[in-house]
Design a protein around this ligand. Sequence first.
Ligand SMILES: Nc1nc2c(ncn2[C@@H]2O[C@H](COP(=O)(O)OP(=O)(O)OP(=O)(O)O)[C@@H](O)[C@H]2O)c(=O)[nH]1
Length: 203
Amino acid sequence: MSGRRVDAKVVLLGQEGVGKSSLVERCAHRRFRPGPYQNTIGAAFVAKVISVGEQTVTLGIWDTAGSERYEAMSRIYYRGARAAVVCYDLTDSSSFQRAKFWVNELQNCEEGCRIYLCGTKSDLLEEDRRKRGVDFHDVQDYADEIKAELFETSSKTGQSVDELFQKVAEDYVHFTAFQVMTEEKGVDLGQRSGAYFYSCCHH
Ligand SMILES: Nc1nc2c(ncn2[C@@H]2O[C@H](COP(=O)(O)OP(=O)(O)OP(=O)(O)O)[C@@H](O)[C@H]2O)c(=O)[nH]1
């Protein structure tokens, strides 16, 4: 991995303890460490290579600290990010309010950053449905409103974790291709955005 070029910067944001580090651990190393919970201090970085068709994409994933003490630092990490995975704990409604805070930040400060909402710890709902603290349909409506993708994952079982990062990589490839196409051919987005967007991003 050393010396490999990173294609796209991805940042993980969300309240402390929602499971950002565990998501990265599952994605990068295919494991889950149930042990004592350790706060991330500052941020951690991991590079993940993902195949999209014939291409490979290297995602540079920044796992930020969720503690509000590190909020200013987390802002540094989302600068220039192509994608943000905004996490909340499916059993904790307050963590969803915090996710909305990060979405507002991104919308105001990082226009080019695609947003992926990630409800974590879905295995806890498998154990007991009554533990759900955030309604799926409410979040889906919100995701539609902010044009975000929505995933419900478990780093413990691995549920939907690969799918989430695969989607991030695929969107990066498709949107970069779209950008190159419009820059090279000088497409008039004012007149034809619908058609070009559609042909490029939907199969
Ligand atoms: N059951 C279950 N527990 C999880 C899951 N993901 C994380 N946890 C637990 O939740 C706690 C917090 O996980 P972390 O990944 O450290 O959370 P974080 O968001 O990185 O926390 P900060 O670094 O403080 O921002 C740990 O005890 C994890 O074992 C999951 O998918 N299922």
